[in-house]
Design a protein around this ligand. Structure first.
Ligand code: CA
Length: 383
């Protein structure tokens, strides 16, 4: 009888739960003022890792928002810049002013590598390659570097590159490296053995670059139009509709919803764009002047972004609302449905959860259930 009563309610709940609630939260506790968090990447340890460009450290932020900073082993004045997870279970980062590559273990132990890197090369962005190595741009040297997880560096010259033009790098869906050569107005496709092809972007100056969810490669320009798409055959399309003037699009990532998400440092927003080019921008919850720059999909299914000018890290919940409120990977009327029903009747605490948690539930008390529903399903359950 009870099962039937809950069953008729669920279709309504499904409809009610369809609304999307984008929620942004900022974290600053534990980040040294002036640190300038810049790039951010998801680590293999369930945390996110970010560079502190001016703080000369690497930061780690847990999905709970707890920050730990690591500075030991990083030479003074190194200016950590790009960061990515390596295939070896460590994080790898560039030192833009130290002209080195750094490796940090999930425990925070840093090793620096400089042998084989052109003096003054200014390494900027770094990506995990299709070949088990790390690849990075050397902005001032006009080269792309490859470093093995053992620290052996090989450099490849980009013939067209003028000093200061190489920015982002990513592994494309085609198993090649894709490189943003900003002031040269080029996207360079490079095979893992160093064969290069350049594609003219016209007036656009490619900055950050990421493989998209659609088999293409997407990039930001920092200018106007802010977003570009390049097919693996080299056909380029630019997108600007719906993006605020002066957005200065920076980091770009693929969200849990299959959309592209990008940081807009000029207008303190995060933008969302479908692969068809439909844009929405979100600024509520971002402190003015923070200048969102780096962005990554976290291990918790949320998007995380840096605010270099505000010394903050932001978390954006895309609002994917699942009725699996107890988090056991199953939507069930007699557990999830019953608890939602009890909460809607105004019950709280154990009166919600008693005899209603599913086997293997990961949210096992009212506080975590309430936080999940309020954060993801646009509900407003009180304590
Ligand atoms: Ca469940």
């Amino acid at each position: 009888m009870r099962a039937r009563a809950v069953s008729w309610l669920l279709p309504w709940l499904l409809l009610a739960g369809g609304s999307q609630a984008i929620q942004i939260t900022e974290f600053s506790s534990g980040i040294t003022p002036g640190a300038g968090p810049y790039a951010i990447a998801s680590g293999p340890d369930g945390n996110l890792w970010f560079t502190e460009r001016y703080g000369n450290r690497i930061g780690r932020i847990a999905p709970s928002g707890a920050v730990t900073e690591f500075g030991a082993g990083i030479s003074p004045g190194s200016a950590p810049y790009g960061i990515t997870a390596g295939p070896d279970g460590n994080l790898w980062f560039t030192e833009a002013a130290g002209h080195r590559i750094g490796r940090v273990t999930p425990a925070g132990a840093v090793t620096e590598f400089s042998v084989g890197i052109t003096p003054g090369a200014q390494p900027l962005h770094i990506a995990s390659g299709p070949d088990g190595n790390l690849w990075f741009t050397e902005s001032l040297a006009g080269k792309v570097g490859r470093i093995t997880t053992a620290g052996v560096v090989t450099e490849f010259s980009i013939p067209a590159a003028t000093p200061g033009t190489l920015n982002g790098i990513t592994t494309g869906p085609d198993g090649n490296l894709w490189i943003a050569a900003g002031a040269d107005h080029l996207i360079v496709r490079m095979t893992p053995v160093g064969a290069m092809t350049g594609f003219d972007t016209g007036a656009a100056t490619p900055l950050h670059i990421r493989a998209g969810p659609d088999g293409n490669v997407w990039f930001t320009t920092g200018g106007d139009p802010p977003i570009g798409r390049i097919t693996t055959a080299g056909t380029i399309t630019m997108f600007g509709a719906g993006i605020a003037a002066g957005a200065s699009a920076q980091g770009i990532a693929v969200g849990p919803d299959g959309n592209l998400w990008f940081a807009e440092s000029g207008v303190d927003r995060v933008g969302r764009m479908t692969i068809a080019g439909i844009v929405a921008e979100f600024g509520s919850g971002i402190t003015a002047g923070g200048e969102p720059t780096g962005i990554a999909l976290g291990p918790d299914g949320n998007l995380w972004f840096t605010e270099p000018a505000g010394d903050r890290i932001g978390r954006l919940v895309t609002g994917s609302c699942s009725l699996d409120v107890d988090g056991n990977s199953a939507i069930d009327a007699l557990t999830d449905g019953l608890m939602i029903l009890r909460a809607m009747f105004g019950l709280t605490g154990a009166a919600v959860t008693n005899n209603a948690l599913g086997d293997g539930a990961t949210r096992i008390d009212w506080a975590s259930l309430r936080a999940y529903m309020n954060g993801n399903c646009a509900s407003f359950f009180m304590p």
